[in-house]
Write a protein that binds this ligand. Structure first.
Ligand code: ATP
Ligand code: ZN
Length: 297
């Protein structure tokens, strides 16, 4: 295959991960010109292009070297790692991306009084994740039948084709609607950035390194808030003790008021009204909570 000098990222063409993945890439300073067939999107500015495909095809496209990176659910990535042949180079989970959260769970009929994996012995479990389910059954020493289905897994018990299911769960609404309840969680999943274990040593590698740095900045600031407040020296200790987690705050002297300090703290997560009120009670004034737009360490 001809060496490429542009990075190619595979992502879901249309589905739950499409919008948040595009937004994340935009926040990393990447923008794309949508091509007419909408399979390939040429990157403007940076040498990074997109391939829009079914999420299930993403790990294979990277393993074959058609794409350098992919944005895909951990469930799809791990299933691929377990079911792809040994001749396929393993992929790495480069970064968790914090969206598309769900879990892969075993669910049983609501009326079943479930109290442990051994109860699944000899049962038929319907799933689109035979690799992950098979591995879980092996580690728990359970011999169960795995019925592989590509869709509508949740209705299998009602149709009588399975006794239980192993499927993705987010709110649990689909399970309730099908008179099922969650019995075991096999995997906590979210969208991840995946790529080969060894990164290319060429222009693509350089671009990838830059992209990972930007991504780290974006992921970090997404949750970060900058807290600004004023306090006098004698309440400083009490105020500092109440600050939400994060690196050490910065202190500045307020001009003309030797006793007054301005404190600046980066907080890893929301700062609630309740927290602000507590900090105020400890002696803080003039408090501001600001979103962080960009961060480059
Ligand atoms: P495609 O046409 O690309 O194959 P799909 O139907 O497999 O689409 P989606 O339903 O869009 O895919 O789900 C994509 C990913 O979103 C899943 O693999 C999973 O990681 C994540 N996800 C988050 N919540 C859920 C959920 N409640 N049900 C299914 N997937 C979920
Ligand atoms: Zn899919």
């Amino acid at each position: 295959m001809k060496a490429r000098d542009r990075l190619r990222i595979a992502m879901q063409k249309s589905g739950r991960l499409t919008e948040p993945a595009l937004e994340l890439l935009n926040r990393c300073g990447l923008s794309f010109r949508q091509s007419r067939d909408k399979l390939f999107c040429f990157g403007e500015g940076e040498p990074v292009d997109l391939l829009l495909v079914r999420d299930d095809d993403i790990p294979g496209l990277i393993a074959q070297g058609v794409c350098d990176l992919g944005i895909v659910g951990r469930n799809v990535l791990n299933e691929f790692q377990l079911t792809a042949g040994r001749e396929i180079a393993p992929l790495a989970e480069l970064r968790p991306l914090g969206f598309g959260r769900c879990r892969l769970s075993i669910a049983v009929p609501q009326e079943l009084d479930y109290h442990g994996p051994q109860q699944l012995e000899g049962q038929r479990i319907a799933t689109s994740y035979p690799g992950l389910l098979g591995e879980w059954l092996r580690t728990h020493g359970v011999a169960a039948g795995v019925v592989t289905l590509t869709g509508s897994v949740e209705i299998a018990p009602k149709l009588g084709t399975a006794d239980a299911i192993c499927d993705l769960v987010q709110s649990g609404g689909t399970l309730v609607a099908n008179q099922l309840r969650e019995a075991e969680v096999l995997l906590e999943s979210e969208a991840v950035l995946t790529g080969p274990l060894t990164l290319p040593v060429d222009e693509r590698g350089d671009m990838l390194e830059l992209l990972l740095k930007r991504l780290d900045g974006v992921i970090q600031v997404r949750e970060s808030r900058l807290l600004l407040l004023q306090t006098s020296r004698h309440t400083l200790e009490a105020v500092t003790r109440l600050l939400p987690g994060g690196p050490q705050p910065t202190l500045l002297q307020v001009a003309g008021q030797p006793d007054q300090l301005m404190l600046q703290a980066l907080c890893a997560g929301e700062v609630s009204w309740r927290q602000l009120e507590e900090i105020k009670k400890a002696g803080a004034r003039e408090m501001f909570v600001l979103p962080v737009e960009k961060m480059l360490a």
